[in-house]
Design a protein around this ligand. Structure first.
Ligand code: ADP
Length: 606
């Protein structure tokens, strides 16, 4: 992890190959056949150009010889050689086609594979990591770029190998002319390489720094162009304001980009001139040698071609190397993400030492990572199976946080939470999640058929239509679902064809039905999912909820006292602490905060 930022700034020439091995492994394991095809075709495509230059020289010399001798056999040789060159050209074209074919096939498979890896990793992460902006940056960066980069790295590695093979073969032929010529060919490219490596590094650092801004831009795009935000954007006339912000971010980024691009290209041009000068120096050298009759006309043509092609192979290698450098840097973000440590899944227990003990909070306090004050202080409570608990308190008092701790989305900062006498941390995560069914106030509204929206409550019955119906009936959603044209198959949401939108209250009924799907869970939690329903419906739902929960634990968060009063125990939370607790009766008798709030609300109804 800590290595990667260093990789980002590393200037070591070998950093270019840092991830090549891993990328290659990834590609190899994605498709062996295509990787082999790539390797073989690369070799072939690397060797053929030199063969072509060689045959080209033979042709010229054969033409000269045939002109001088006038012998038929010499003439035939010329035609045979031309035929051979044509064959080589065809072979080069075939190899190149084959390369690009294998690459496109691999690209599709590899993109999918890397995206699946990214998503699989996402499944193992903790909620806290998603809420951490730095981590979220990593995820965004990994997703945005890295799926195309592994193949690019491999393609470039192979491209480099291909050009390397070509260069060696050109070098072998050039050696006949002069070993110095070989040296010249390689040295001429060096300054350009150093320039490329430097600027690629800079481009990446820029990319990394500006990640928060890019994320902001992405967010603005979402706000401006997504259906769920359109309503407010229109009515508050936010459009122009947000669009302007979007533009400003672009201009800021563009200014930096422009500076870098201009510098990069100016240097590239300057260093490129060095290569051109070298090339033409070599031309003169070859021409002089020909005029001095040290080499034949055919050889002259060949050496000139070797120089020209050698030069372009050098510059192709250079851009491959600088591209690889960039790919490596981008890949480092992918691996940084993939290697994010996941807190080892603590605990494997599937039963507790005292089954039937229910839930205990023992002096639990909690502070959000990076939060400045604790969200919960010293909470102790005990709920047995068959009991119902209602949590009451102002917004921000810590009710949802308590549920997040109970569901182990977060771990207490101090104190512990026991289920059946065993610390939550020691429970097997899967078992724990199966025992608890929670509907949060910001429950998900999946753009799936309405039946599946209920089915998500129990993945083992995700497709079970009979169970959907049963749950919908308990959640009072059956009535409006039956009225829809496609019944339980009706698509919800606007992203897809014929998607239907539901009202807030209808969505909440779907969410409640989801809770009723969880027939195996022995702890059911409703965190204000009923706020958009009318008071009568909410009370009816909770009454039914309690009746159906039988020997289960039911926990409810609500602002409606008509519902809250039905709970066996009521806990009033204020600024993270338990202020009062007891049944409705006893709390009313205490005549404290609860009684005050209750009568306030009752007055409102009078
Ligand atoms: P309630 O459910 O009672 O309305 P919450 O439990 O959601 O209140 O919030 C309790 C406190 O914790 C609030 O001050 C809130 O700002 C803070 N809080 C809630 N969620 C987070 C979070 N993910 N990160 C940091 N602070 C949070």
């Amino acid at each position: 992890m800590n290595e990667s930022p260093r990789a980002g700034g590393s200037r070591s020439p070998l950093a270019v190959f840092r991830y090549s091995g891993r990328a290659l492994q990834l590609v190899w394991s994605t498709s062996r056949r295509l990787t082999l095809a790539l390797a073989v075709l690369t070799l072939v495509a690397g060797l053929l150009p030199a063969a072509m230059a060689f045959v080209g020289a033979q042709i010229i010399d054969a033409v000269v010889a045939a002109t001088q001798s006038g012998v038929d056999a010499d003439r035939r040789l010329v035609f045979e050689l031309i035929g051979l060159e044509a064959l080589i050209v065809i072979a080069i074209a075939a190899a190149q086609r084959g390369l690009s074919l294998s690459q496109s096939l691999l690209r599709a498979q590899l993109g999918q594979r890397v995206n699946v890896m990214i998503l699989e990793k996402a499944l193992t992460l903790e909620l806290a990591q998603f809420e951490d902006s730095e981590f979220y940056d990593k995820l965004t960066r990994a997703r945005r770029e890295a799926s195309s980069r592994p193949l690019s790295l491999v393609t470039r590695t192979f491209g480099l190998a291909q050009n390397g093979v070509s260069l060696v073969s050109y070098g072998t032929l050039l050696w006949q002319f002069s070993p110095w010529a070989v040296l010249l060919l390689f040295v001429a490219g060096l300054p350009a390489f150093i320039g490329e490596a430097k600027f690629s590094g800079e481009a990446f650092r820029l990319f990394r720094w500006r990640s928060p801004e890019t994320r902001q831009q992405l967010y603005l795009e979402t706000v401006l162009a997504r259906e769920d935000n359109a309503k407010e954007v229109k009515l508050f006339q936010l459009g122009p304001l947000l669009l302007q912000r979007y533009r400003d971010i672009f201009h800021k980024l563009f200014r930096e980009d422009r500076r870098l691009t201009i510098r990069r290209d100016s240097w590239g041009f300057g260093l490129g001139l060095v290569s051109t000068a070298t090339l033409y120096g070599a031309y003169i050298w070859v021409a002089v040698a020909t005029m001095a009759a040290r080499i034949t006309l055919g050889q002259m043509a060949m050496f000139m071609m070797l120089f020209r092609q050698g030069q372009s192979a050098v510059s192709a290698s250079l851009s491959a190397i600088s591209g690889m450098y960039e790919d490596n840097l981008y890949l480092s973000t992918l691996y940084e993400y993939l290697e994010t440590p996941v807190p080892a899944s603590q605990g494997h227990a599937t039963v507790g030492p005292s089954p039937g003990d229910g839930i205990r909070f023992e002096n639990v306090s909690f502070r959000y990572p990076g939060g400045d004050a604790a969200a919960l202080y010293d909470i102790s409570l005990h709920i047995r199976p068959g009991e119902s608990l209602a949590l009451v308190g102002e917004n921000g008092s810590g009710k949802t946080t308590l549920i997040k701790l109970l569901t182990r989305l977060y771990a207490p900062t101090t104190g512990r939470i026991l289920l059946d006498g065993l610390d939550l941390q020691e429970w097997d995560a899967g078992t724990l999640r199966q025992r608890i069914g929670v509907i949060f106030q910001d429950f998900a509204r999946y753009q799936l058929p309405v039946g599946e929206n209920i089915g998500v409550g129990d993945v083992s019955a995700f497709h079970d239509e009979a169970r959907w119906q049963e749950a919908a009936e308990k959640g009072m959603a059956d009535e409006f679902i039956d009225a829809m044209s496609d019944g339980y198959q009706t698509q919800l949401g606007r992203w897809f064809n014929n998607g239907r939108e539901l009202s807030g209250g209808q969505w909440q009924k779907i969410a409640l039905s989801r809770a009723f799907m969880r027939s195996d869970a022995d702890i059911l939690v409703l965190d204000e999912p009923t706020a958009a329903m009318d008071a009568g419906a909410e009370a009816a739902i909770f009454a039914r909820f309690r009746e159906l929960s039988g020997n289960r634990i039911a926990i409810l968060i609500s602002h409606r006292f008509s519902t809250v009063r039905m709970a066996d125990e009521i806990i009033v939370i204020r600024r993270g602490r338990i202020l009062e607790r007891g049944s409705h009766q006893s709390l009313m008798q205490q005549d404290g905060h609860y009684a005050h709030l209750f009568s306030l609300q009752a007055e409102g109804y009078r």
